[in-house]
Structures are given as C-alpha cells and as structure tokens.
Write a protein of this length. Structure first.
Length: 531
C-alpha cells in the first residue's frame, strides 16, 4: 500500500494488497476535505456535508445474507436470514479484493458499545470518504492511546462501486450485504446508503451478545436528570419516534437507536444519532433541527437551494427517508457516559396505520413479551427499498431485519430482565387516529409526549384504566392534558362499525402472526394473547 498509511492498520493480513492511498482514522475536517476533493458531496450551511446516496435511499433487506457454516448453523433464524454458501462468499471476497486494487480507501477503527466489558472493536474500510465520516459519527471513537493497540474483532468492507454477480456470488442482485461470523467479516457492495454500515454492526452485536447474557435492543434510551438509575427504553422500528421521543429536553439522552442491557444496566452501542429529517421543525424538535447546520453533520438525500444551501425539510422528491447523522454530543442533554441503570420503564412504540390502537396502553410482563415478539408496526415510506407509503407489518422484536437468532432468544432475555428489575411496560401508538392511513390523522406528537411524561414520572400508574376488549391490555380513561376521546380510538372514528371491522381485522392478523411462536413460548405468554 502507499499513501497515508499507519503500519499498525495494514490490511495485508486479510489478503488485501495493491490499494491506492489508504487514509487511516482521519478526523472530521480531513474527511470533509477528502470528500470535497473527490466530488462526493457539497458543503452545507454551518459546515454540514450534503450527499446523495444514488438509487439506494434505504436499506436493502432482501440483499442481506449470513454465511452458513457449521459454527453458526444451529444458532441462526434461517426463516428470517438468507444463507450464503461459504464458497460463494470466498468468491465474492476475491472479486471484491480485485475491485479494490489501485483504489483509495478510508479506514476507521472504532468501538461498538459504551461498556468496555461488552464492546465490539470494529474496523470499517470504506471506498467513500463520507461513509468514513458517517461511521465515525455513529460508532464510538477510541482515544489516541487506544488506537495504538487496536485489534479488530470484525472488519467491514464497503464498496458502493462494486457490483455483485448473483450467478457467481450466490446473492439476489448486484447489491450484497454478506456477514461471515467464521471469518469475522462483513462485505457490502452495490449500495451507497450509509445506514447499511451501522445496521451491519448492529446485526453482529445481536448475534454475539446473547451468548454473554446481554440483551441487544433496537431501542432508544434516556434517564431522569441527575439520576441515571431512573431510565427508560423505547423500542420501535424506524419512523415510530425513537429518536424524537428519546431526545426529550427534560431528560438525559443515552442514545437514539441501539442499546445493550447487561447485568450492570444499559449501555449505548453507538456514539451518534441517525435522525430522519422529513418535516423536521425547530419548534417541534429544536435540538435535532439545530444539528443540520453544525459542522460535519452528514445530510443524506435532502433537497437544498444550490445558492444558499438552505435545506428543504418538506421536499421528499429524492426520498421520504432523508436523514442527518451527527455525534451524540451535538445534543445538549446527551449523556457523556452513554450508560444508564436498569430500565424502570419499557416503552414499545408502534406506528399503527390501521388507526385501531390507543395512544398508550399498560402491559403485563407476559403481554410485553407478546407484543415484543409480535413487533407490530408500519414500515414508513422510504426506509426500505420499494416502500412508498406506510405498510402494516410484524417485525419480531421491533427489529427482525437485524435479528440473526430466533426471536424467542431476545424475548426471553427481555422478559427475564423486566421481571428481575420490576420495569413498567407500555405500548405507545404514534400512528393514526380517527381512521386508517389515508382517512385519519397522525397521532398528535404533543399528546404522545404528554402521555409519555406521565408514564415516566409515575403519575400515569395512578390513573383509572379500562380493559381493552380487542387486545386485553389496560388503557387510561383520563390523562390531564390529553383529550379523553383520543384515549378511546373507537370514538375518534366517524363510523364506529368501520372501526370494529378494522379492529377485528387487526386482531386476526396478530393471531395469525403469533402462530409461528406458539411452540416456543410458555402458557403465561400464550394466555396473554389477544382476547
């Protein structure tokens, strides 16, 4: 190799040689300089960096594979994860190395996990300078002295310009994300969408941590001011409000997307945030909005004025999945340690496009496991390829695309921790009210915040509750600051009969979906099913 190479970070031991310049652990200013020099994007207001990701503006879940080897054969949830033959992976890796020859690359050595006892040391090798900037924001940056002795547990290589060949590589298209646990390697090709980088790391942690008795979670987390023991976690798929609701200025943000729950408490996997920016406003989300004009914030797929570089938060002509990536310390109330105690509150966020679920419901531990395994929500437009409008779906553990193991592994870990630490459990609907998508309206964010605040400060537990006839959970009858009618979804519909039919349809979908888990759960969770 030639160029700006630190000998301690050579890739020779992985069979990678003949590269152009290799830039190791460049900081944000240097990465922006390189990205500008290479024409990868434009400088925005305040020093933000503006990029477009090409045809891929969201994840490509159908192009993700796990290499099927004897070491992992019995542990992988193969109904949810496509297998790749080891020989096909070897061919893919050989062809990717040939593609890399003579090209420049960027290396970042980073930590995934704020708790040193459970972190994963990751080496990210990227073809694009801005991808290196992205992952530097999203993972955790070692101190200089830690870099000197850095040895990666896993290496991730991302070549957007590489095109996979399904006939040669055992994949589906010219895009590929291939995880090989035996080789401790992930190969990504054919997509410029930066989210594939962070979710590859999350998938690795979701496989590795349960073996250590740690619960990996697709959730945001925060804690009360000056009291890291008073923590709350928020499960949910993209678009359900994890980032928005956890960035509550009245609480301390631990992280917005991925966490672990160990015997010592909570820890953030990441060192940054990856927030959706569609319709982002300074009034509703001032902290997140302010990051869009901060130095080195990465702005993905947003329309902007070519002269003033002013961002258009309403124009979704490129994608509804427009995003910004920034370090966690850009949020003024972010935790410096990214650690917290055992959660006192477990909140499951769902975006109900049917308009059936109430804005908040209290769950028993068994009901919490039921809804965790069900993972009902709606995929939000643009988050995945081909999703152009909210699509109701069941995503186990509120993160099935990132779960290598069977859902019951994660469900049992969660249930055990809820029981051991006495966490209160809540289901919160941030989706539609007064009708389904296309007829009703999105749940008012002000009402959601009021209900969450009441749950987290303990006052909601003292409210009067009714038992929901469709789902069996408890729903508050009155909460100060929230219209009573909103707490009873049937009353928000113009046609109560239409609501009943819609509710019956959703109940049936829940029941049909849960049949896949009935052989793997106990009677208590089975009894917590709907009805």
């Amino acid at each position: 190799m030639k160029g700006r190479v630190n000998p301690a970070h050579t890739l020779q031991h992985q069979g990678i040689s003949g590269l152009g310049d290799v830039f190791c652990n460049l900081t944000e200013p240097a990465l922006i300089e390189e990205a500008l020099r290479r024409g990868e994007g434009a400088l925005g207001r305040g020093g933000a960096f503006l990029v477009r990701t090409g045809k891929h503006t969201g994840r490509s879940p159908d192009d993700k594979f796990i290499v099927r080897t004897p070491a992992v054969e019995q542990n992988i949830w193969w109904e949810n994860n496509a297998p790749m033959d080891p020989a096909a992976f070897d061919t893919l890796y050989a062809d990717m190395r040939a593609y890399m020859a003579g090209r420049d690359f960027f290396v970042q050595d980073l930590f995934a996990g704020a708790d040193p006892a459970h972190r994963l040391d990751v080496r990210m090798v990227t073809e694009l300078a801005w991808h290196s900037l992205f992952i530097r924001h999203l993972l955790r940056r070692p101190e200089r002295e830690e870099l000197a002795a850095f040895i990666p547990h896993f290496t991730i290589i991302n070549c957007p310009g590489f095109r996979a060949d399904p006939a040669r590589h055992g994949c589906r298209s010219d895009t590929v994300v291939a995880l090989n646990f035996d080789r401790r390697m992930v190969l990504i090709g054919g997509t410029g969408y930066a989210g594939e980088n962070k979710k590859a790391v999350f998938t690795l942690l979701n496989y590795l941590l349960p073996e250590k008795g740690v619960m990996p979670m697709h959730c945001s987390a925060n804690h009360a001011p000056d009291n890291p023991v008073d923590t709350a976690i928020f499960f949910g798929l993209s678009g359900t409000g994890k980032t928005t609701l956890s960035a509550d200025p009245a609480r301390v943000l631990i992280g917005d997307d991925e966490h672990g729950w160990s015997d010592r408490g909570l820890f953030n996997f990441e060192g940054g945030c990856y927030a959706k920016t569609i319709n982002l406003s300074p009034e509703a989300e001032p902290e997140i909005h302010a990051t869009t004009t901060r130095f080195a914030t990465l702005i993905e797929n947003m329309v902007f004025d070519a002269g003033t570089r002013t961002l258009d938060f309403r124009d979704d002509s490129l994608t509804a999945n427009m995003r910004c990536a920034y370090p966690l310390d850009y949020i003024s109330n972010a935790s410096r340690s990214s650690l917290g105690g055992h959660p006192k509150h477990v909140v499951m966020l769902t975006c109900d496009a049917f308009g059936v679920l109430p804005p908040v419901a209290r769950l028993t531990p068994a009901q919490a496991m039921y809804h965790f395994l069900s993972g009902f929500t709606s995929k939000v437009a643009g988050t995945e390829r081909g999703v152009t409008r909210p699509e109701p779906t069941f995503s186990a553990c509120f993160g099935a695309p990132f779960m290598p193991r069977r859902p019951e592994v994660y469900g049992n870990l969660l249930r055990e921790r809820i029981a051991r630490h006495g966490a209160a459990c809540w289901l919160v609907n941030t989706g539609w009210t007064g009708g389904a998508y296309g007829h009703g309206a999105r749940m008012p964010i002000s009402a959601t915040r009021t209900l969450l605040a009441a749950a987290l400060d303990g006052s909601l537990a003292g409210a009067r509750f009714r038992r929901d006839g469709n789902f069996g959970f408890e729903v508050p009858v009155h909460v100060p600051g929230v219209a009573d009618i909103l707490l009873e979804p049937r009353r928000t519909w113009d046609d109560a009969g239409a609501y009943d039919r819609q509710a019956a349809r959703l109940v049936g979908m829940f029941a049909e979906n849960f049949t896949r888990y009935e052989a793997h759960i106990d009677d208590e969770v089975r009894a917590a099913a709907i009805g």
